[in-house]
Structures are given as C-alpha cells and as structure tokens.
Write a protein that binds this ligand. Structure first.
Ligand code: FES
Length: 69
C-alpha cells in the first residue's frame, strides 16, 4: 500500500515529456483510458509537441504502452 502510494507520487513527479512537462502519471492515465499507440497518447496528453519533436519522450511512451497497455 505504502509502496503504491510512493510510486504514485513518484509518477506525478517524474516527467516523461520534459519539453511539455507531462508526467508519467498523466501518460499512464491516458493509456489506461484507452490510448494504444504513441500517437494516441500524444494526442490525449500533448506529449511530443515540444521543441525536441518527441525525440526525448517517444521511446519512454512506447515503453509505458508495452508495460501497461
Ligand atoms: S520531451 Fe516530449 S516533446 Fe520534447
């Protein structure tokens, strides 16, 4: 329980998309709500729309889809 709480807090603090400040918690929520591809996650969260054009976050989003998608 405490473990879950800690990882939830960590997810909120961890930015997956640094450019847009999108947290891991937000990305996970989008996947749980049905986003199945990187494009869908990006559309729902705004991740990938920053100056790096998704270079720094696309792989992390793919990884999360594999983990919980
Ligand atoms: S880190 Fe996501 S667009 Fe740059």
């Amino acid at each position: 329980m405490e473990q879950n709480l800690n990882s939830e807090i960590l997810d909120k603090l961890t930015k997956v998309c640094v450019c847009k400040g999108i947290s891991k918690a937000t990305i996970k929520k989008a996947i749980r709500n049905g986003a199945k591809t990187v494009i869908e996650v990006q559309k729902h969260t705004g991740a990938g729309g920053g100056p790096c054009g998704g270079k720094r976050c696309t792989e992390k989003i793919e990884q999360l889809i594999r983990e919980i998608g």
